[in-house]
Design a protein around this ligand. Structure first.
Ligand SMILES: [Zn+2]
Length: 361
């Protein structure tokens, strides 16, 4: 258990992505109803809309979105670097930081530094902050992966220094201080992963995130590198499996020692009418170690037109407790936005139930 300024965080935990201070289609009360413990917001995206100054004046992201529980913030580096990788005209990366061209049409070049990322995260007032790291492409060469590790280590030191500076400047006692997580990069290369961990561990972070792609280029879970990275982080420091993922991948990663998960899969799938359901009528009959312990229910499928039961009898989400699958099918059919909300509530509850089951392994 981790004590934060916004209440306790019990591990393992699943944090839905509230990139722009909203988990799409649902509000903060809905998240509570699904047993969600924390959310992940994005420092970079919120710095452009609505802007860090506005959020700071609003009392931070918690007050802004009416969320009274823990919130983590991603540095924003991943999005910027993906954008630049897809189109180099959007910017370049140097030791100083990420130089990017504002996509708002002004064509102004902006420098996003480790210091700026930490300052933004303090403006947001999040409980768990993540260092800016250099995330290479999954097809990066050994040389590129090596450069990414060097930059990640250097930026981790600068994030740490800025974090300490901001912490010492705090005048109000607002409860437990925020946590700062480092990120271990190194691509699929064990030696590089080891080097990255050895160099950033002495900086004294509160936990560590998995940097880079948790999947192999073929789309499988990068088991060996995830297991190695988990081992490089000593207990009891919490490990954040950034970007993992599918239910079976979460189970595997938990067994390796990963304890915090964030993935857009349940919310994105919900909007595409793809619902998760355990392969058992009751939750206490689910064995998450068994292959195929869950299946998908496609809400738009014609066969659900007369399905008067819930999506899943093992689920206690607000949708399953109050509505039939036939009703949800109908809402998608007539294209009512309530369909997105109910489907999202169901998939979020599936993930929080999954984590409850995983914690008993
Ligand atoms: Zn449900």
């Amino acid at each position: 258990m981790i004590e934060t300024a916004h209440g306790p965080l019990h591990l393992p935990a699943y944090f839905p992505d509230a990139t722009r201070a909203v988990v799409r289609s649902v509000d903060s009360r809905d998240l509570e109803a699904c047993g969600v413990q924390g959310v992940v917001v994005n420092a970079f995206h919120l710095s452009t809309h609505p802007g860090a100054g506005l959020l700071k004046r609003a009392g931070g992201v918690h007050a802004f979105m009416g969320w009274h529980h823990p919130a983590a913030s991603d540095s924003g580096g991943f999005q910027l670097m993906s954008m630049i990788r897809e189109n180099p005209r959007y910017g370049t990366v140097s030791t100083r930081g990420i130089h990017f061209v504002d996509a708002d049409g002004t064509r102004e070049r902006t420098l996003f530094t480790p210091e700026r990322s930490i300052r933004l995260q303090f403006d947001l007032g999040t409980d768990l902050m993540i260092c800016l790291d250099d995330c290479p492409s999954p097809t990066a060469s050994r040389g590129e992966a090596e450069a990414s590790v060097e930059r990640t280590v250097q930026w981790a030191g600068r994030c740490r220094a800025e974090f300490d500076l901001r912490l010492s400047a705090r005048t109000k006692d607002t409860g437990p201080r925020p946590l700062l997580f480092g990120v271990v990069q190194g691509g699929y290369d064990p030696a590089l992963r080891r080097r990255c961990a050895e160099e950033i561990l002495p900086l004294g972070f509160d936990g560590f995130g998995f940097g880079g792609w948790p999947l192999t280029p073929a789309g499988d879970l990068a088991e060996e590198i995830l297991a190695l990275t988990a081992k490089l982080v000593p207990d009891p420091l919490p490990r954040f499996a950034l970007g993992v993922g599918k239910p079976e991948h979460i189970v595997r990663c938990y067994q390796m020692g990963w304890r915090i998960f964030d993935t857009v899969l349940p919310t994105r799938d919900a909007r595409h009418q793809r619902l998760y359901a355990f392969d058992a009528p009751r939750l206490d009959q689910v064995d998450v170690r068994a292959t195929g312990f869950y299946h998908f229910v496609y809400a738009g499928d014609k066969k659900h037109t007369r399905q008067t039961g819930p999506i899943s009898t093992a689920c206690d989400c607000p949708c399953c407790r109050n509505y039939s699958l036939a009703y949800l099918h109908h809402l998608f059919d007539v294209n009512d936005t309530l369909a997105y909300r109910l489907a999202t509530l169901h998939n979020l509850r599936f993930y929080t139930q999954l984590l409850e089951l995983v914690s008993k392994l």
